[in-house]
Design a protein around this ligand. Structure first.
Ligand SMILES: Cc1cc2nc3c(=O)[nH]c(=O)nc-3n(C[C@H](O)[C@H](O)[C@H](O)COP(=O)(O)O)c2cc1C
Ligand code: SF4
Ligand code: SF4
Length: 253
């Protein structure tokens, strides 16, 4: 078994690692950003795949990863873990449909509510205590899901037609275009930026470069919010205009 994930701010990485721990396996979890990840996938038949939900859909970077590695998925048994701030409809279903096209066998799905990583919008902001409680609740859910997996009856959240309709009607029909392409809308406040380079080093898309001691954003942002939540002077925004509360999983553990 192997764990694979994409995680902007750590929620999904934590959930996949915690699930593997509860499954009492020595399986390792790899980010899709890891250099040798395709080689690791090739070797294993059973996969736990985790990702955050963006607008009830897959992050573009994960969608592209699935397509670029389409030869890897044939006959793999894949259990899907979708993390979200509130609601996704068919969070597990969106990857399931994609992976099935390439011959994967979907063994189950799990939806986990985690702290909202969109730190420049007031909506969905919770206190530190509430976010910690949310993570604890998801840990309990992961423990129960691990037991079911071990008993051979994995959870099936997000996989049937009812979830599919909820995902479509809940959001995807309205927001479909938002995750179709990478975005050039990331904003960096030059007055605030101290040129530390942290954002450039963290970006999974290499979308940020440092020029003349200032960060510059290009056109291939996957909207993961990693740089925005980690900038020491809160100089970066995307959907909103001001960072309200930075969010990374380490704050809640
Ligand atoms: C661009 C964007 C869109 C999002 N859309 C949704 C959504 O449709 N529904 C939801 O419940 N959460 C949504 N979220 C919240 C994330 O899914 C959630 O915080 C997730 O756990 C982040 O995981 P990560 O830390 O592994 O990146 C969105 C986050 C981003 C950055
Ligand atoms: S992390 Fe913030 S301060 Fe550092 S280079 Fe990036 S934008 Fe500038
Ligand atoms: S620019 Fe920031 S939000 Fe966009 S992909 Fe890179 S780290 Fe993520």
């Amino acid at each position: 078994m192997i764990g694979i994930y994409f995680s902007g701010t750590g929620n999904t990485r934590f959930c996949v690692e915690y699930l593997l721990q509860q499954l009492e396996t020595d399986a390792k979890a790899y980010s899709i950003e890891a250099e040798n990840v395709s080689e690791q996938i090739k070797k294993e038949q059973e996969i736990i795949l985790g990702y955050p939900i963006y607008y009830s859909n897959l992050p573009k970077i994960l969608n592209d990863f699935i397509i670029e590695n389409k030869d890897l998925w044939m006959d793999k048994k894949i259990y899907l873990v979708a993390t979200m701030g509130l609601f996704s409809g068919d969070g597990a279903g969106v990857a399931a449909r994609q992976l099935k096209k390439y011959g994967a066998k979907i063994t189950g799905g799990l939806h986990l509510a985690m702290p909202d990583c969109i730190c420049d919008e007031k909506v969905l902001k919770k206190t530190l205590e509430k976010n910690r409680a949310m993570v604890n609740k998801s840990k309990v859910k992961i423990e129960a899901a691990a037991n079911r997996y071990k008993e051979g009856r994995p959870t099936k959240e997000g996989l049937n037609l009812f979830y599919h309709m909820a995902g479509l009607l809940g959001q995807r029909l309205y927001f479909y275009n938002k995750t179709k392409n990478y975005t050039d809308k990331l904003k960096i406040n030059k007055e605030k930026c101290i040129g530390c380079g942290k954002c450039a080093g963290l970006c999974p898309m290499k979308n940020i470069t440092i020029e003349e001691k200032k960060a510059i954003s290009h056109e291939s942002c996957t909207m993961c919010y990693r740089c925005i939540n980690n900038c020491p002077v809160q100089a970066i925004t995307l959907l909103g205009d001001k960072v309200v509360q930075q969010s990374v999983i380490e704050k809640y553990l």
